[in-house]
Design a protein around this ligand. Sequence first.
Ligand SMILES: Cc1cc2nc3c(=O)[nH]c(=O)nc-3n(C[C@H](O)[C@H](O)[C@H](O)COP(=O)(O)OP(=O)(O)OC[C@H]3O[C@@H](n4cnc5c(N)ncnc54)[C@H](O)[C@@H]3O)c2cc1C
Length: 317
Amino acid sequence: MSVLFFAETEGGQLKKNAFENASYAHAIAGQLGVAVVGICVGAENADLLGTYGVEKVIRLKNAGLETFTARAYADALAQVAQSQKAQLIVLSSSADARYLAPLLAVKLGAGYLSNAVALPTFEEGLQVKRSCFTNKAFQISHSAQAVNVISLSANAFGIHENSTNAQVEDQEIAAETSKLQVEEVSKVTGQITIADADIVVSGGRGLKGPENWNLVEDLATTLGAATACSKPVSDLGWRPHSEHVGQTGKPVASNLYIAIGISGAIQHLAGINTSKVKVVINNDPEAPFFKAADYGIVGDAFDVVPRLTEKLKAILA
Ligand SMILES: Cc1cc2nc3c(=O)[nH]c(=O)nc-3n(C[C@H](O)[C@H](O)[C@H](O)COP(=O)(O)OP(=O)(O)OC[C@H]3O[C@@H](n4cnc5c(N)ncnc54)[C@H](O)[C@@H]3O)c2cc1C
């Protein structure tokens, strides 16, 4: 028996969520007294998973898996899960993993528990705490299935070191080919992605126009942060849609989220309320965002943000 986890990659390197999945799977395997096994596709730095207690990593080398397609990945993971006698398969809650996890569960005839925020317990079957209603509430879900797929909410467990040596086994398996052919992937380069960022600086309609985005960018550059925005800002074309966060945009689970000139509508908060510390800068003391904030500055963004950036530059220098 084993606990298997999927370590996602980007550009041949493990993504941050691979280390959180490894830490979570290692903790569960410890509870159950079984092995923890990682699976990745072509990660050059797969041995790094040893830092998080993983002794065995299966690195798939199939040519057909170079680009993510849910059907082919689900087939490959299902085969590895069966060969490793996995009773639990851990995935992240990334956009790719949200496609992949239900397909994988169907292939394995497994239970599927999304948005897990804590370690499961195993008294009668499996119980795990999950977030629901866009993180407004929690529920404890129960599965009586022998095999289960869990997707872990970003930053819910954290990354924990447990250094060991990981044996990386290269494998090529006959995986189903996808009916979908990905011809080209265009990605913004040289920027920290919202999903991987520890700090996100986000701007709303209060910034009046795209010509003022240097305020957000200067603060983000100073902090080594990703930039984001509210929905109207991307709808107006002030910023790319890839930066839109919220219920209909990307979820953000950063350690620090700085919201500038954003009112704090429920649909925006739905995407950011798993971020750990929220700082709000708004000139309206009644802005709803202040109710969700850990720290708030009531003031004009055009006055507050440059001064904050200058102070931070001085401190960080
Ligand atoms: C089905 C549905 C889904 C949606 N999904 C999303 C989503 O995913 N993400 C999202 O963001 N929204 C979403 N929305 C829209 C959401 O309801 C709000 O309309 C939107 O979040 C408001 O964006 P905003 O805060 O940038 O703008 P506004 O509501 O216009 O707020 C601007 C804020 O800036 C402040 N401000 C103005 N001038 C200054 C200044 N000089 N200095 C400091 N502060 C200033 C104001 O006090 C105000 O609080 C959705 C709506 C619907 C109906």
